[in-house]
Design a protein around this ligand. Structure first.
Ligand SMILES: N[C@@H](CCC(=O)N[C@@H](CS)C(=O)NCC(=O)O)C(=O)O
Length: 212
């Protein structure tokens, strides 16, 4: 049995979609970020970084979105959301999972939560990040010009992660139409049955113009 500590539209959404797609039993436990519940003593016991998500696997906590996604794929290999060890795409799966968590997710975090002691520095950080992020999205766009999904032509757990980060990227100043392959891909992923099914809980506005 799985229990996912989540907050709508947070990094937990990628895990939520994968759990739904795997068709395994799971329970959702909502964390109220307005009340800073992710910093409560009870939650810090499970996830000392005070971040969302945390997944309980048979009562034991696992943190970090990428680690949770890979662990779920490994626990349910027959569902094929990660290439097997003898498939060529396996190395690319790892490459993109790492890129999404270390680079795209991280750079988005700096854009959305800029920290500086310079009261005039926030805008400068956001402007610089918008440029860096546009380069990252351009790289992903080039990859998506070659196949339907991020790791070849079969959907993997990387795609749930990329859809989430791509959705967050809709808030960046540059229009998504700058990246036509990524735009096409996000519109396709917005129709995925697990994303559609969990939409109400996650409060994703999939009817927004960019995803139509
Ligand atoms: N690398 C972590 C990052 C998690 C993370 O930063 N989550 C955000 C929500 S998307 C969060 O918990 N923010 C609340 C906080 O920093 O207090 C992961 O992917 O699990």
């Amino acid at each position: 049995m799985y229990q996912l500590y989540y907050s709508p539209r947070n990094a937990s959404a990628a895990v939520h979609w994968l759990l739904h797609a795997l068709d395994v039993p799971y329970e959702l436990i909502r964390i109220d970020r307005k009340q800073q519940q992710q910093k409560s003593a009870e939650y810090l016991e499970l996830n000392p970084s005070g971040r969302i998500p945390t997944l309980l696997i048979d009562g034991k906590p696992l943190t970090e979105t990428a680690a949770i996604l890979v662990t779920l794929c490994e626990r349910h290999p027959q569902k094929m959301y990660m290439p097997t060890i003898d498939q060529n795409d396996r190395t690319h799966f790892w490459q993109w999972m790492m890129y999404l968590t270390n680079t795209l997710q991280n750079e988005l975090m700096i854009y959305f939560y800029p920290h500086t002691n310079d009261p005039h520095g926030i805008d400068a950080i956001k402007q610089a990040q918008a440029i860096r992020l546009d380069e990252i999205l351009a790289l992903i766009d080039r990859e998506l010009s070659q196949h339907s999904y991020l790791v070849g032509n079969a959907l993997t757990a990387c795609d749930f992660f990329l859809f989430l980060l791509g959705y967050w990227s809709l808030a960046l100043p540059n229009p998504l139409t700058n990246h036509p392959n990524l735009h096409r891909y996000l519109r396709l992923m917005a129709q995925h049955p697990s994303i559609v099914a969990t939409n109400e809980i996650e409060q994703f506005d999939l009817a927004c113009d960019e995803l139509k």
